[in-house]
Ligand binder design. Structure first.
Ligand SMILES: Cc1cc2nc3c(=O)[nH]c(=O)nc-3n(C[C@H](O)[C@H](O)[C@H](O)COP(=O)(O)OP(=O)(O)OC[C@H]3O[C@@H](n4cnc5c(N)ncnc54)[C@H](O)[C@@H]3O)c2cc1C
Ligand code: FES
Length: 286
């Protein structure tokens, strides 16, 4: 985890993009520490709110220098009361933001062909990742999926970066009809992928992990587990993950993640208390 800072950040612009709201916010301290895969935690509801928990958003990008220096960008989908409050903010309003949080995507040590799989707004953190991979000499292919066309995000930006973009929607309203993971085996073979990166719903990430394993390549996936503190103290966001020693532990997705090697995550046990976990006896499971 990098050193997060808390900033009272002025909103520079809010753009409606399909079903989403794209925020550009002046937060130089957060922008300075940004790497693809980091997220921010935004306070919601104003001063007298009962919504005490911050809401997490993956960073779409940051501009530490040059034009719009000191800005960060993130994309918000309306979900419940907290995200509704955020989407009602306008340019000139301020947001109370902590970041950058989490552990970013690991980059290959040498140029490696990569497939990037984004589900809905999950494409957002993959765009700066693609820019970094391409700059380092890796070939990149994008697969973007969503339930319906208005829930797709980042198609144009992905095309500008990588050229090769496959779009799928569950209802066939844009691109190929079907799940984005159905297009993954062919993309891996087409580009000779050595790594897959993904961000999106848990079911999609699990399928990305399965398909990558079947092709004997690694998948680095950014999970979206419910979070409370976002800084590693409350254990709300834990996932069962296998360590280097073969033993499984609950790890905090806010500080040890949100990016994990998909093969290490015990997807079938997410949301349960598996009895073979290290420390499970102390939890009274034996
Ligand atoms: C690392 C990370 C990155 C994320 N990136 C984005 C993003 O780029 N864009 C975006 O629109 N959303 C993102 N989310 C999901 C977003 O944080 C939730 O949609 C939001 O917290 C819901 O708040 P709410 O008040 O609108 O909904 P409510 O359901 O009222 O939220 C109540 C509480 O439940 C938790 N919660 C509810 N839904 C989710 C969820 N899907 N994921 C995590 N926690 C949840 C929140 O912690 C919140 O405190 C991300 C979540 C995580 C953990
Ligand atoms: S959200 Fe509190 S430990 Fe991760």
């Amino acid at each position: 985890m990098s050193n997060p800072v808390k900033e009272t950040a002025e909103i520079f612009s809010v753009q409606k993009v399909g079903a989403y709201y794209q925020f550009t916010v002046v937060a130089p301290g957060i922008a300075a520490g940004f790497a693809p895969g980091h997220f921010v935690a935004v306070a919601v509801g104003g001063e007298n709110t009962s919504m005490i928990l911050r809401r997490a958003f993956a960073l779409l990008g940051a501009t530490p220098s040059g034009q719009f220096a000191g800005t960060i960008q993130f994309v918000v989908a309306e979900h419940g009361a907290g995200t509704r409050w955020i989407t009602q903010r306008r340019a000139g309003d301020t947001l109370d933001i902590v970041g950058p949080l989490g552990t970013p995507f690991p980059l290959p040590s040498a140029p490696s062909p990569a497939v990037l799989v984004g589900g809905g707004y999950g494409t957002a953190p993959l765009l700066p990742l693609a820019a970094g991979l391409i700059e380092a000499g890796s070939a990149v292919e994008f697969l973007l999926g969503a339930a319906t066309s208005s829930r797709l995000y980042g198609e144009l930006a992905a095309k500008r970066l990588a050229g090769s973009v496959t779009v799928t929607t569950d209802d066939g309203s844009a691109g190929e009809k079907g799940l984005v993971t159905e297009a993954l085996p062919a993309a891996i073979e087409r580009i000779g992928a050595e790594v897959v990166y993904a961000c999106g719903p848990m079911g999609m990430l699990r399928a990305v992990g399965d398909i990558s394993r079947a092709h004997a390549i690694r998948a680095q996936v950014a999970v979206e587990e419910s979070m409370a503190c976002g800084i590693g103290v409350c254990m709300t966001c834990v996932l069962p993950v296998r360590g280097d020693d073969g033993r499984s532990r609950f790890v905090r997705s806010c500080v040890d993640g949100p990016v994990f090697d998909a093969d290490r995550v015990r997807w079938a046990d997410v949301g349960t208390l598996p009895p073979d976990l290290l420390g499970a006896d102390a939890m009274g499971l034996h």
